[in-house]
Ligand binder design. Structure first.
Ligand SMILES: O=C(CO)[C@@H](O)[C@H](O)COP(=O)(O)O
Ligand SMILES: [Fe+2]
Length: 220
């Protein structure tokens, strides 16, 4: 299980996104939080910014769509060149069709669950996804406190993934920092989104190295 770190540009300076992408050369992904004022009470960025970022950096984009009607919009993020497109189970009306469409367009397909959404009903969809994202805060804002209550679900998700061959990546998102990443890694997460903990640090490169080392320590 290789540890991957995906810094969230939600915590970066939106006026200097290309520079902020370049500031994290040791990131595995750039996490791009798309919010629409409908699925979540916040508005961030959309397709034009993703298209621009795609040209501005070689780091693959990990697009987390916190939007209503992802069935309609998600394929366009794959077409725009995102390496990974994650839709929320709570918002999708045809998740299997949409996940298949994302994959057919060459991107990895992700399924996200809010903190209070159980993972068990989605076991049969694991064959349709490349990554399961478990929110460890309520979606909508960066800088929130990590919800420990989600950790048992991370453990159960790791068990389910193991039963299905262990191919699916398990991402945690929200409040992940030097103080919480070890608990997430011990519970079975392998892809870690970190916004404030990376872009709020005086040295984002060192912050990523420290997060990666802490996660590796926890699983070794
Ligand atoms: O999807 C979200 C919030 O809805 C996250 O990706 C946040 O952007 C993570 O930020 P931090 O909690 O790490 O500051
Ligand atoms: Fe996110």
């Amino acid at each position: 299980m290789a540890v991957q770190i995906s810094p969230s540009i939600l915590a970066a300076d939106f006026a200097r996104l290309a520079d902020e992408a370049a500031a994290v050369p040791n990131a595995d992904w750039l996490h791009v939080d798309v919010m629409d004022y409908h699925f979540v009470p916040n508005l961030t960025l959309g397709l034009p910014v993703v298209e621009a970022l795609r040209k501005a950096t070689d780091t693959p984009l990990d697009c987390h769509l916190m939007i209503a009607d992802p069935d309609r919009w998600a394929p366009q993020y794959a077409e725009a060149g995102a390496g990974s497109v994650t839709i929320h189970a709570e918002a999708a009306k045809a998740p299997i069709r949409t996940l298949r469409e994302i994959r057919s367009l060459g991107a990895r397909a992700g399924l996200a669950l809010n903190p209070a959404t159980a993972v068990e009903p989605y076991e049969d969809l694991l064959g349709e996804v490349d990554m399961l994202l478990l929110m460890t805060v309520e979606p909508g804002f960066g800088g929130q406190k990590f919800l420990d209550v989600v950790l048992p679900k991370v453990r159960r998700a790791r068990e389910l993934i193991g039963r299905h061959g262990g191919r699916v990546w398990l991402q945690v998102d929200g409040g992940v920092d030097a103080g919480t990443i070890e608990r997430c890694a011990e519970a079975g997460a392998d892809v870690f989104v970190a916004g404030s903990a990376v872009y709020g640090a005086s040295d984002p490169v060192a912050a990523i190295d420290a997060l990666r080392a802490a996660a590796n320590r926890a699983i070794s």
